[in-house]
Design a protein around this ligand. Structure first.
Ligand code: ATP
Length: 135
């Protein structure tokens, strides 16, 4: 019986996190998905949001956006388009990105790709929410 989860968060660019944890909550397409050791094996798509991982009473959060989570009894592998831990987030950059996305979403310009602007906006909002929350 597994009593821990080996959590790995990987983007196309790098290994963002590898830790042994008690619980993981990921932003699934249909809402939050909580995972404890011995969870049923599954693969699920992720949306832009907050991933929470807990060891004992210590809970931490990070930003993930897109990709998949693969769950096994003793393992959670997150393969995400982008991911950052709070201490890696550049708040000023996220605020600039939010302003750019906001202007695009409000513009009447037919050239604007609204879905892309909306994704940039969601990422910026999560980054702003998490920036500075690192331990
Ligand atoms: P920007 O316009 O500022 O580049 P973006 O939303 O277009 O923002 P993404 O496409 O989501 O950026 O990410 C591109 C890369 O830059 C990823 O590796 C991501 O982790 C990193 N990144 C983007 N914004 C930030 C930020 N505010 N702080 C730290 N890393 C960031």
């Amino acid at each position: 019986m597994a009593d821990k989860l080996n959590l790995e968060v990987i983007t196309p660019e790098r290994l963002v996190l590898r830790e042994s944890v008690d619980e993981v909550v990921v932003p699934g397409l249909d809402g939050e998905l909580g995972i404890l050791p011995e969870h049923t094996a599954l693969i699920s798509q992720l949306q832009t949001g907050v991933l929470t991982y807990r060891q004992g009473s210590d809970s931490r959060q990070m930003h993930v956006s897109g990709g998949f989570v693969e769950v096994q009894a003793d393992r959670v592998a997150v393969l995400s388009d982008v991911a950052e831990r709070p201490e890696e987030i550049d708040l000023a950059r996220a605020e600039r990105a939010r302003e750019r996305a906001d202007k695009r979403l409000k513009s009447q310009n037919d050239e604007v790709d609204f879905r892309r602007a909306e994704l940039k906006m969601q990422r910026a909002m999560i980054r702003i929410q998490l920036a500075g929350k690192g331990h």
